[in-house]
Design a protein around this ligand. Structure first.
Ligand code: AMP
Length: 408
């Protein structure tokens, strides 16, 4: 196959992030983003990574995703990387919610678009934006394979015992209420990369992956297969996050409705946007929280302790789910950078074979690395995630396979 480039698109409600990769050597050729789409102050930042390339910015009103993608296409063309290039093999789209149906990356056609649309009620913020990005990309290159890579796909292997909530089955089924999980592309990539770091095959190792970014989720991965994850019907369940509460007693919601006289929409905003670290101390950035703790700030200290307490509970829970754990892998903004979070999350768990080495844990690096003491029973690893590379790989594998089939 001569076409070896993949464009990865991650379309949010008011932003588009993109990367162009060459799959011969996983090299990034260009990266960029368009933000504040639909506002007067939109911004396009494009960085060619080819030799001599320099970052370029456009600050002007960009009305919609159509205009945004056309602007991206023009920027790419200026670097000789245009969407009309015969070297472009496919466009890979991040799609947040694939429900139970999509267990694998999927070439997008009318039926797939219809299914992703049908899932909007369970992903009202994400799926419409993903769809807009896909439709726009399809209109720019209707002949090119467009592939959907779903955030939920890696979690579709969860057994029913982990995926079902203990609520009336008929009601749950009618409204497709179950635990789907998210960040799946990251959990898949990091669990596999952790096995590599241990010098073993993914099938041989059990890993607890802690994806701690602004959104945060944990997963239990047995032999490369996800058996449990902390996010549920939506990304609200589980760990304490930047602005999301994670687990709360569902009765909190009735209480706020009945006693607090709040509407469902107001509670939605409260739990998704005004809770988590932001709700607890006013800051969602772990760097700022650590700085405040160093200055003796009590609210920041308590927010940190609540965050770590929840994390430790999930480590214990997934340890029990897996029975044997070979590695605990920290990833994403907080997991990769915040040594104090890693240290506190495993503090006191020596009996479970879990500990960090103070010196190794303090090292800053972009490389995957082990931060537990030598000969520890369980490896504690820091494994930078790369969702774009994973989307590109899955997209390329799918189209390369199809091309192979067509030639036979
Ligand atoms: P992500 O969603 O993976 O981009 O992660 C974003 C979050 O990572 C930020 O909100 C910060 O809380 C956290 N973060 C990024 N850099 C650092 C750092 N150097 N130290 C601690 N936390 C960090």
């Amino acid at each position: 196959m001569t076409a070896t480039r993949i464009l990865v698109l991650n379309s949010g409600s008011s932003s588009v992030k993109y990367q162009l990769l060459d799959m011969r050597d996983d090299a990034r050729l260009a990266v960029g983003l368009v933000e504040r789409i639909g506002e007067e102050t939109s911004r396009l930042k494009h960085t060619p990574l080819t030799e001599g390339g320099r970052a370029r910015e456009q600050n002007r009103a960009i009305a919609d995703h159509d205009e945004a993608l056309k602007a991206v296409a023009e920027e790419l063309a200026r670097d000789g990387l245009g969407l009309d290039s015969p070297e472009l093999a496919a466009i890979g789209h991040r799609v947040v919610h694939g429900g139970q149906l999509f267990t694998q990356p999927t070439v997008i056609d009318g039926a797939v678009l219809g299914e992703v649309e049908r899932l909007i009620p369970v992903a009202p913020l994400h799926n419409p934006a993903n769809l807009t990005g896909i439709r726009t990309a399809m209109s720019l290159r209707p002949d090119l394979p467009q592939v959907a890579v779903f955030d939920t796909a890696f979690h579709t292997t969860m057994p029913e015992s982990a995926a079902r909530y203990a609520i009336d089955v008929a009601t749950a089924d009618e409204h497709r209420i179950r635990r789907y999980g998210f960040h799946g592309t990251s959990h898949a990539y990091v669990s596999r990369r952790t096995a590599e770091l241990l010098g073993r095959r993914p099938e041989e190792v059990n890993v607890i992956v802690l994806h701690l970014g602004n959104g945060a989720s944990a997963s239990a991965v047995r032999g490369g297969v996800c058996v449990d994850t902390s996010m549920g019907l939506t990304p609200l369940e589980g760990l304490v996050m930047g602005t999301r509460s994670g687990d709360v007693d569902p009765a909190v919601i009735f209480h706020l409705m009945r006693v607090g006289k709040m509407s469902a929409d107001e509670i939605d905003v409260l739990l998704n946007k005004k809770s988590g670290l932001t709700g607890l101390c006013g800051d969602n950035d772990m760097r700022e929280i650590r700085r405040r703790i160093d200055e003796g700030d009590e609210a920041a200290r308590l927010a940190f302790e609540i965050y770590v307490h929840r994390l430790k509970k999930y480590i214990g829970a997934y340890y029990a789910v897996l029975g044997r754990v070979d590695a605990v892998a920290f990833t994403a903004g907080v997991g990769e950078n915040a040594a104090p979070v890693r240290e506190a999350a495993v503090a006191g768990l020596q009996e479970l074979g879990l500990a960090v080495d103070g010196e190794l844990n303090a090292v800053r690096s972009d490389e995957p690395r082990i931060v537990s003491p030598e000969h520890a029973r369980v490896a504690v690893a820091v494994v930078p995630t790369d969702e774009e590379l994973e989307i590109a790989r899955q997209t390329y594998a799918l189209v390369a396979n199809r091309a192979g089939e067509h030639h036979d």
